[in-house]
Design a protein around this ligand. Structure first.
Ligand code: DGJ
Length: 729
């Protein structure tokens, strides 16, 4: 044996030994840890998720204390890290497989673990689990973001069997929590009724939150959630797991409580109508399940996710955004060159950055003069726009603003040239009645020709309008009659649609990496972290009534940073423009108003408001958010944003009582300030001619403001108040 061979066999033995010794694997972030351990059968268990222990040598002691000790009549149910079905574990599985020989049992045991420190903040742990009988393996991936306290988890499934394997269920992750009780907070939605909150105790059995809608997948439910352990967590107290599936298609979140102390969360692509045939050697990569643990309530869990999203997921999350004037709610489909030229001038007059031309600018044989025709014939309408969109772009530049445009590239009206010319590009069941949502059908993005068409649509617009500075990407229909005219295996339809969509977005981003894009789906029916990799922001709802918006924006903030949330001031709602503006400022400010019809004072106020917003927007976009007082239980809702240096904060306060009230009786306690710093508080964004009762000369310590609080003097006559909190040098 040569020296080289000897060293190699020693190494090989060492690897084998390490593979079979009992393993404790720590997936650690700054404050928290997920502990995975093998048991005597070499099964990988997840034994702990929570705050880190001081002494890491104590982690192996956790397994022995596991409360669940099945007796002879009890179900043998381990805390497996990834549950495969067909043998031991009879609870809701993460994985159900039919092997090449038709056998439906899979038993996964630990094979090896690898770790890679990707950079100072990110560590990737890959754990290979293998079936002893079949050449079938699952690699569990855990990407830990140290500073953000966030973990991304997913699974990669591969086999080398003699023939195809069918995956019936292929979740991204299982998480087993222990506690006395569990409470699920999730948001249900509808068009204009996005993000209504529900919180419920998870009683025994399975609670499933899912979507089978194909596109617009968040129309009914959000794919993000929070689970509190033992009791419903408050903003600052209690243990919480906040999670979200980063997938733009059908999703499934199962919450299964069992025995007396356990909750198992299973998150992944919805396997509804999606049995996936996996060829030998093919690697099936599930989407990422993103989660964070907080021992200090929901507020911290949200900040963890917001920070992670800004730092790693949301396109240009740490960068700048443009303010917008959009024409949708003022013109709808009724406009022409002259009107639009006036609107670009109004954009300048208002002081915002971009004029965004919405729906209705295209279609000639079937002009897009309403929602029933023209969709997807992307040639500019020659009657409305005699000079074309390229001239609009130039005019905007000449008027000193930027130009943006609306598209809805995945959809088609039956009254369109594309419908006539490419019937095989449309999702439908030819022998069945066509059903429409908003008079449209969905294009078949599983088809590479359709993907090319969509890419070309966007590319052509950029060629026509080289100065294009913004895109609003809409998606107004879900998928009825799911069927691709060209896809060989219809069971792959839902997955291939999203892969097709992602591939188009990937190509667009390769060529146009920076242009801001707004994700919209008839309001906020498509908001997930996977899509936000390609989009700089999203449209939360077509409901722009500022009163409703306080609640909608409040709920989105559980998972998404304000820099991603587009809030427009519109004619909806009877509240004064000051109230509307204050609400819209709590995110990315925009307008959908007839500037030329604003009263002198409303215009002056708005022009000043844009300037004021520009002076503090960085704090709202990139600072830490604290939900101080919720709009459900209180007469005043209050939200603060604080910069990282803790020397500046913006606090938004809104009167949300429907009954006449004398306003805040108790002061509102601020959070996140530096107790040792001294601060002054000034009311900003005042309406012309009004005076603030707040004494901006007074000095308070951070300690005082956080322990005693401050009264923003909100009442039925001062319905919204924006405060600037500034540390003294
Ligand atoms: C739905 C969007 O939510 C609206 O903002 C607007 O863009 C319309 N579609 C246009 O059809």
């Amino acid at each position: 044996m040569t020296k080289k061979h000897f060293i190699f066999s020693l190494l090989f033995m060492a690897v084998r030994l390490s593979s079979f010794a009992q393993q404790t694997i720590e997936i650690a972030t700054k404050n928290n840890v997920l502990i995975l351990e093998t048991d005597k059968d070499n099964t990988l268990l997840s034994t702990y998720i929570g705050k880190k222990l001081e002494n890491t040598a104590e982690y192996p002691g956790i397994q022995a204390l596991d409360k669940y000790k099945p007796g002879s009549d009890d179900l043998l149910n381990k805390r497996e890290a990834y549950i495969a079905s067909g043998s031991l574990n009879l609870m809701e599985p993460a994985l159900t497989v039919s092997h090449a020989d038709g056998n439906k049992s899979t038993v996964l045991t630990f094979s090896e673990v690898k770790t890679e420190q990707l950079d100072q903040n990110r560590k990737l742990t890959s754990i290979v689990l293998k079936d002893q009988k079949y050449k079938f393996q699952v690699t569990l991936k855990y990407l830990a973001y140290f500073n953000e306290n966030v973990i991304e988890q997913w699974a990669e499934i591969e086999h080398h069997e003699k023939g195809n394997v069918v995956l019936y269920k292929y979740a991204s992750a299982n998480l087993t929590l222990s506690g006395r009780k569990f409470f699920l907070k999730n948001q249900y939605s509808g068009a204009t009724r996005e993000m209504r909150s529900e919180e419920q105790q998870l009683l025994h059995g399975i609670k499933t939150i899912d979507s089978k809608l194909g596109t617009r997948t968040n129309l009914l439910h959000s794919s993000s959630f929070m689970v509190s352990i033992d009791q419903p967590a408050t903003e600052d107290m209690g243990e919480v797991i906040a999670g979200s599936l980063a997938w733009t298609g059908n999703f499934k979140l199962d919450f299964e409580t069992f025995d007396e102390y356990y909750l198992r969360i299973t998150a992944g692509i919805n396997n509804f109508s999606s049995d996936y045939t996996l060829k030998a050697g093919e690697n099936f990569i599930t989407p990422r399940f993103v989660y964070t643990y907080s021992s200090e309530g929901k507020g911290l869990a949200s900040r963890n996710l917001q920070n992670w999203a800004r730092n790693y997921q949301l396109l240009n999350g740490k960068g700048e955004r443009s303010t917008i004037l959009n024409n949708w709610e003022t013109t709808y489909f009724d406009f022409n060159d002259e009107k639009l030229n006036e609107l670009t001038k109004d954009t300048k007059k208002l002081g915002v950055d971009v004029f965004l031309l919405d729906d209705g600018w295209f279609g000639n044989k079937y002009p897009r003069n309403g929602s029933t025709s023209g969709l997807v014939d992307w040639q500019y309408n020659r009657q409305k726009l005699k000079n074309g969109i390229s001239t609009l772009g130039k005019e905007a530049t000449a008027n000193g603003v930027k130009f943006g445009i609306w598209i809805e590239p995945e959809m088609v009206n039956p009254k369109s040239e594309l419908y006539e010319n490419h019937p095989d590009w449309i999702i439908r069941q030819l022998e069945r009645k066509e059903y429409y949502m908003r008079n449209q059908l969905v294009l078949d993005l599983t088809n590479p020709k359709v993907q090319d068409f969509i890419y070309k649509t966007v590319d052509d617009i950029f060629k026509e309008v080289p100065e294009l500075a913004f895109i609003k990407w809409d998606c107004n229909s879900l998928i009825y009659n799911a069927n691709s005219p060209t896809l060989k295996n219809q069971d792959h339809f839902y997955i291939e649609y999203i892969r097709g969509l992602n591939s188009v977005l990937e190509r667009i981003r390769k060529k146009y990496p920076k242009t801001p894009m707004m994700l919209c789906a008839g309001g906020g029916s498509r908001v997930d972290y996977a899509a936000l990799k390609y989009f700089t922001e999203f449209w939360p709802s077509d409901n722009t009534n500022p009163y409703d918006r306080i609640f909608i924006q409040w709920e989105y903030s559980y998972y998404f940073p304000s820099v991603a949330v587009d809030n427009h001031i519109t004619d909806m709602g009877k509240q004064p423009i000051k109230f509307k503006t204050d609400v819209a400022m709590m995110g990315k400010l925009g307008y959908d108003v007839r500037v030329n019809e604003l009263s002198k004072n409303d215009l002056l106020f708005s022009q000043n408001a844009v300037k004021t917003y520009n002076s503090f927007k960085d704090i709202v976009w990139h600072g830490q958010q604290y939900r101080l007082q919720d709009p459900y239980e209180n007469k005043i809702a209050s939200i603060a944003y604080i910069n990282d240096a803790k020397d500046q904060a913006i606090v938004f306060n809104y009167h949300v009582a429907t009954l006449f009230t004398n306003g805040v009786i108790l002061p509102i306690k601020l959070k996140g300030l530096d107790p040792a710093k001294k601060y002054k508080i000034e009311e900003i964004n005042l309406y012309p001619g009004t005076k603030s009762p707040i004494d901006s000369a007074k000095v308070y310590s951070g300690d005082f403001l956080m322990k005693v609080g401050f009264n923003p003097e909100v009442n039925a006559y001062r319905t919204s108040v924006v405060l600037k909190v500034q540390a003294l040098n």
